[in-house]
Design a protein around this ligand. Structure first.
Ligand SMILES: [Zn+2]
Length: 259
């Protein structure tokens, strides 16, 4: 009798969790889609692991939407459509073009890639990372036929420490030059290294961005601040860490339940 009660309680809790999680959406977040070379391991995912993750989401009936669609829903204080999500890539690595684009095309998924203008076409490292090649202007133009291009500033600086004029330059000038390059509107911004404060958020609004991504971990709910979008860094098993996986428990439960 006691066992039966426990089972009934677990089922009820499961139904409530599923109902709650089905109202939430998520934004995935990656850097390099390539074999690990050196430096910070967490900024790499093996192409076959990335493919497997996308295949799983496709098989469970998830589909990607554009940031514009997600932000529009949040502005109206409603949750994005059920079983939809957004994919993002930070820094604009060449391997996004070579490896990730064909995989996403295979599953009919789209994404947003955040580019730092003065890094275009270069091979360089950020703090603790291995020097990796960035997409060329030509590749960015080509990828913009499939994905959205977002701004990741001009110089990938910590914008939270900049004076007004420099902050304005990093946010406004990058938007302008990426729009010139792609001949499309650049609507989204991503805070380099996840650093931001109220001044940066205000500048993002003033510059005309409709939303901005952080490196905070979490799911999208209808009350999510569009200038503080949390993301899920779904790492490969090669960079497994208990803390990271525990952080993502609601995400894993959501996609496990397929809601
Ligand atoms: Zn970055």
């Amino acid at each position: 009798m006691k066992k039966l009660l426990i089972i009934v309680l677990i089922v009820i809790a499961g139904v409530f969790a599923a109902r709650d999680l089905s109202k939430k959406s998520f934004v995935l977040y990656y850097h390099n889609v390539d074999g690990y070379k050196s430096g910070l391991r967490s900024v790499y995912i093996q192409p076959f692991m990335f493919d497997l993750q996308m295949k799983y989401l496709k098989l469970r009936g998830y589909r990607t939407i554009s940031f514009e669609e997600m932000i529009e829903a949040l502005r109206q204080n409603v949750t994005p459509p059920k079983k939809t999500f957004v994919i993002t890539f930070d820094d604009g690595y060449k391997n996004n073009f070579k490896r990730a684009l064909p995989i996403l095309n295979k599953y009919g998924f789209t994404a947003t890639v955040f580019v730092a203008v003065n890094e275009i076409g270069k091979t360089l490292a950020h703090e603790r990372t291995y020097p990796e090649a960035r997409m060329s202007s030509k590749e960015i133009k080509e990828i913009s036929k499939y994905w959205s291009i977002g701004s990741h500033t001009m110089n990938h600086k910590n914008v939270a420490s900049l004076r007004y004029q420099d902050l304005k330059y990093e946010l406004c000038e990058s938007k302008k030059s990426l729009e010139k390059l792609t001949e499309k509107k650049v609507n989204m911004f991503c805070y380099p290294m996840g650093r931001f404060d109220d001044d940066v958020k205000n500048m993002a609004k003033k510059a005309g961005y409709i939303g901005a991504c952080t490196t905070h971990s979490g799911l999208i709910i209808k009350r999510t601040d569009v200038y503080e979008i949390p993301r899920v860094e779904w790492k490969g098993v090669e960079s497994f860490s208990f803390i990271n996986y525990w952080d993502l428990k609601w995400f894993f439960l959501k996609i496990f339940l397929g809601v």
